[in-house]
Ligand binder design. Structure first.
Ligand code: NAD
Length: 494
């Protein structure tokens, strides 16, 4: 049985806890490896390694740091297929989907390669006679990342390239369900010339997470995962004085107005609802069909959902893979079982020949879902698209704004005026206009509103740079002659 250890101080180690957890192959249900679960001593070893590396790393020049990022970018790019295969084998998503997530993560590395430009400060000459003022941003120290199972490469890549390029060192606690992508990343960093201890990985469950949240050596925590854990992480880590950004769950709506091109909308929503078996934080899970758009849209969605080819992620013709665990598959089927909505397409009891033990739930379409039902209120996180019918555009906006989540949202329309009104009025962090999954590019920032984010800053882009640095403002005088006019009143410009 393959054993996956931690990556601490530039080398793989089994750690000291003796605890491990199983890694399943979601397409077969078989255990394929075991991963070490860190205890507080293992976490402490990783934080110590990161702290030891921090002084030299923050003194490494911007250009030298950028060059290591460029080398890391090349290695990741060259090995996209290896990383994608590791993701597919542990998460279940198709290889094409896994390659897509690595590519989106790679874009954050490319953003971080511009760190010399991104860290430029401000300078004001002669703010007072013979006095200049300037500000610049410095790294925080040891930063930690705790990440979810659904994007084992991309979500950690939202964090560590920016943190490291900005001069911090990093301890990553990836999801215990699919840890291998992070181990490949650690090896690429080492090969790229990143000094030992700058990037570390500890695996495990809540024991490891809590040890990171409480560790006095950790300056900042970036978390991505479900809303209850995001809330907990934010409260616990801020209580111990850390800077925290904690991104939570989602219930992403797509409004389809009657003037929309319904064929396009149905095609886009099918991809956005069922891609990665609905296990994306930006997946569309609610279609808000306005007035007469509803009947034709549901008909088109049903045809497309029923045509999706479900199979193992490694098979070239699979469009959708299994769910991540047996519990996830049972949970998703349970929502369909208990729903009083019309089950237009039913993915329960899907059989994939030759893969009886896999965690299969096929594309499922519910029509006439009511906003008080659990299929609407809960994040199902599976291949279930819920259609809510409303009569007016205003009703659609009110429905979305009353929802506690605010991660992503989309509108399908041919009206520029409607789209503009929607983007201005909707209380959601990321908005798509005829774009169902509006994941911002790396040079913009990613993050939701309301219960989809606890903390103030989004990840990557300008907000990522701000999160991983703090400002220092300097007021400086180099007089040509000795100053004799010091006064006891509060200093003002002269
Ligand atoms: P999760 O919250 O169960 O786990 C996330 C991380 O927290 C993992 O590393 C896990 O080990 C750790 N964790 C789990 N329980 C914990 C506990 N009790 N105490 C401390 N740590 C704990 O999430 P998941 O199932 O891995 O991922 C799916 C969730 O992540 C969905 O809710 C999805 O919407 C969300 N997500 C959000 C975004 C976003 O950008 N907002 C992106 C991806 C995923």
């Amino acid at each position: 049985m393959r054993e996956i250890g931690h990556w601490i101080g530039g080398a793989e180690t089994p750690g000291t806890s003796g605890r491990t957890g199983p890694i399943f192959q979601p397409a077969t249900g078989q255990i394929q490896a075991r991963v070490a679960y860190a205890d507080p001593a293992d976490v402490d070893a990783a934080v110590q390694a990161a702290a030891k590396a921090a002084d030299a790393w923050r003194e490494t020049s911007l250009v030298a740091r950028a060059r290591i990022m460029f080398a890391f970018r090349e290695l990741l790019h060259r090995n996209i297929d290896a990383v994608a295969e590791a993701i597919t084998d542990e998460h279940g998503k198709t290889l094409a989907d896994a390659r897509g997530e690595v590519t989106r993560g790679l874009e954050v590395v490319e953003f971080a390669c511009g760190i010399p430009h991104l860290l430029k400060g401000e300078y004001s000459d002669q703010v007072s006679t013979a006095v200049d003022a300037y500000s610049f941003r410095q790294p925080l120290g040891v930063c930690a990342g705790v990440t979810p199972f659904n994007f084992p490469a991309m979500v950690p890549l939202w964090m560590h390239p920016v943190a490291i390029a900005a001069g911090n060192t990093f301890v990553l606690k990836p999801s215990e369900r699919d840890p291998s992508a992070s181990m490949l990343v650690a090896k690429f960093y080492a090969e790229a010339g990143l000094p030992a201890g700058v990037f570390n990985v500890v695996h495990g469950d809540k024991v490891a997470v809590e040890a990171l949240l409480d560790h006095p050596g950790v300056a900042a925590v970036s978390f991505v995962g479900s809303t209850p854990i995001a809330k907990f992480v934010h409260a616990r880590a801020t209580a111990s004085g850390k800077r925290v950004q904690a991104l939570g769950g989602a219930k992403n709506h797509a409004v389809v107005l009657p003037d929309a091109d319904l064929d396009t909308a149905a095609a886009e929503l099918t991809a956005a609802g069922y891609g990665s078996a609905g296990q994306r934080c930006m997946a569309i899970s609610v279609v808000v069909a306005v007035a007469e758009a509803a009947d034709s849209l549901v008909e088109r969605l049903a045809t497309r959902a029923a045509a999706i080819k479900v199979g193992p992620g490694r098979a070239a013709d699979s469009e959708m893979g299994p769910l991540v665990t047996a519990e996830a598959a049972a949970r998703v089927s349970g929502y369909v079982e208990r729903s009083d909505a019309r089950v237009v397409v039913d993915g329960r009891n899907l059989a994939v020949p030759g893969h009886d033990g896999g965690y299969w739930v096929g594309p499922t379409l519910l029509d006439g879902v009511t906003p008080t039902s659990e299929a609407y209120t809960d994040e199902i996180f599976g291949p279930v698209l819920a259609v809510v019918r409303v009569e007016t555009f205003e009703e659609a906006i009110a429905l979305i704004n009353a929802n506690p989540y605010g991660n992503g949202v989309a509108i399908f329309t041919t009206s520029g005026a409607a789209a503009r009104r929607f983007t201005r009025e909707v209380q959601v962090g990321m908005v798509g206009v005829n774009v169902p999954i509006p994941v911002p590019m790396a040079f913009y920032s990613f993050g939701g509103w309301k219960d989809s984010l606890f903390g103030d800053t989004h990840v990557h882009g300008a907000e990522g740079i701000r999160f991983y640095t703090r400002a220092k403002a300097v007021t400086s005088r180099w007089p040509e002659s000795v100053s004799t006019d010091a006064a006891l009143h509060f200093p003002t410009a002269r």
